[in-house]
Design a protein around this ligand. Structure first.
Ligand SMILES: [Zn+2]
Length: 188
């Protein structure tokens, strides 16, 4: 069977043809002209709907509406969720939504404005969270490096002190003053 040919459910003849027709669909009070797909039988003239999602003019109209208003498309929501490693259930719980709601959005239902805002805020928060984690990791690394440097230079100073003590002849001994500070003997 050819892709653009199917069996007519009315008369049973193979040969119903796919028809593309511009359709006007209203979404939240706005008109969108989209490609509508349906089948027409040349034998009995019956017309019937396309069962595929791309054939649904409402699906196309929702896409057009989201694009016009800068809303997330279903595949963007899915990509974000998977990128974060969440299941539908987990992300829905994070957002305080029902699992069914998120599932419907991922499958093409048009999101409410408040849900779009909540989802965008959550996405921004995830980015901030990730940046904070990264900068905290960098800070910890820097602290460890600083400590290592300090330990190294104090070891080095200790080695220098020991060396000078062993090579001196009494006069260069370090003495501790009354205030507990280290006093160096005056140079001759
Ligand atoms: Zn027919």
């Amino acid at each position: 069977m050819k892709r653009n040919e199917t069996i007519c459910p009315a008369c049973g003849t193979l040969g119903a043809k796919e028809v593309l027709e511009k359709e006007s669909v209203e979404v939240r009070g706005e008109e969108f002209v989209v490609d509508g797909r349906f089948w027409r039988c040349p034998t009995c003239s019956a017309e019937f709907d396309d069962s595929r999602p791309e054939g649904d003019p409402l699906v196309a109209a929702y896409r057009a509406y989201r694009e016009k208003h800068g809303l997330l498309q279903p595949e963007e929501i899915v990509a974000f969720r998977k990128n974060c490693g969440y299941t539908q259930k987990e992300l829905a719980a994070e957002l305080g939504w029902g699992e069914v709601t998120l599932s419907r959005y991922e499958n093409g239902a048009l999101q409410s404005k408040s849900h779009e805002v909540a989802l965008r805020m959550f996405m921004d928060l995830q980015v901030l969270r990730r940046e904070a984690q990264e900068s905290s990791r960098r800070r910890m690394r820097r602290l460890a490096e600083d400590r290592q440097k300090r330990e190294y230079s104090s070891t080095l100073a200790g080695v220098r002190r020991d060396t000078s003590r062993f090579s001196s002849n009494g006069d260069h001994r370090l003495s501790v003053g009354d205030a507990g500070t280290i006093e160096l003997p005056m140079a001759a």
